[in-house]
Ligand binder design. Sequence first.
Ligand SMILES: *Cc1c(COP(=O)(O)O)cnc(C)c1O
Length: 395
Amino acid sequence: MGNAEIIQLAGTCLMPTYARFPVALVRGQGLRVWDADGCQYLDFLAGIAVCNLGHCHPRVVDAIRQQAGRLLHVSNLYHIEPQAELARLLVDHTFADRVFFANSGAEANEGAIKLARKFHKDRGQPGRTQIVSATGSFHGRTLATLTATGQDKVKTGFAPLPPGFSTVPYGDAAALEAAVGRDTAAVLLEPIQGEGGVRVPPDGYLGRVREICDEQGALLVLDEVQTGAGRTGTFLAAERDGVTPDICTLAKGLGGGVAIGALLATEAVSASFGPGTHASTFGGNPLATAAGLAAVKTILEDGILDHCREVGAYLLDRLADLAAGCPRVAAVRGRGLLVGVELAAGESAADRVRALMDRGFLTGTAGDRVLRLAPPLIVERAEIDALLAALAEVL
Ligand SMILES: *Cc1c(COP(=O)(O)O)cnc(C)c1O
């Protein structure tokens, strides 16, 4: 089928939840993807921070092929070799002592909320149930995670929402301090807000949040679904801030393109997820964890993180140069290869995304006025230069 036939078919039977671009992508290799009519694009969105190693990375594809021929699925009633190996790798390279696998970011966050509440209940503090999150945040589309999300647009129409959630302005430690108390189970934050506009909090914010949580006896849950798996140049974004959470969630980039989510926690907190407390049929299945194992090994072993920091700094520098001569750009921000270009008032990021697509570049938005760049971590300077030339044109 060509683009037109696929689009026509989709229109007859899919729920209209997505405002899609009028192309069907059918093949990918590295930074390149092709649509059903054979047009080629350079992918600077990477499935929204999912394909951190580019499309069809050979190590990931090979791991999937081998695992698919051996065992696709067994229940978590049995032990699963790649699941245990991936958990070991995550534990060895993060603050965490233990891991639970889910299938998506929302599901991992849902598990984090459950674990935080259960932890306090187990310690004789059943009144500690409240989850404090931030305005502009995004934590998922399940009922609990959309309630934690600090954006009204994801909540409209879905009332009644579960109780036990409140939000404070992101990046404002004083507001957080005022909101956290004896009824707080956990503070749930993204180290850098992705969907909310690639918002980087002030230096020292996360560290202060950690102190507030400790003073008040609340847990710190970091949602690294978008910032994790190397996206910002360290495996977890919070490493750069020197902050250790009690619980952290991962998903997007963790499976090299395969659906997976993970909940990482310290030993003390993990103890509250005893047998029978939480489960997932597909969570941590052999295929997803074999893919995740290959992806995480590659991210950690192949100098990918160094490369991400290096080209990420180059991208931010070049964007700053471009912004200096362009009144249509209000700000440029980000870390590693999670970058936002905020346009001036009255400008539309979606218009620029369409114009870039016409020039062969896939990019995204994060809110109305922020153009989001989240290319594979293997992106090269020449590809960044090509994007910047096109961006200069469309601006
Ligand atoms: C994408 C995202 C989620 C939701 O992940 P899904 O896999 O779509 O459920 C949660 N938190 C953050 C920070 C995200 O970027």
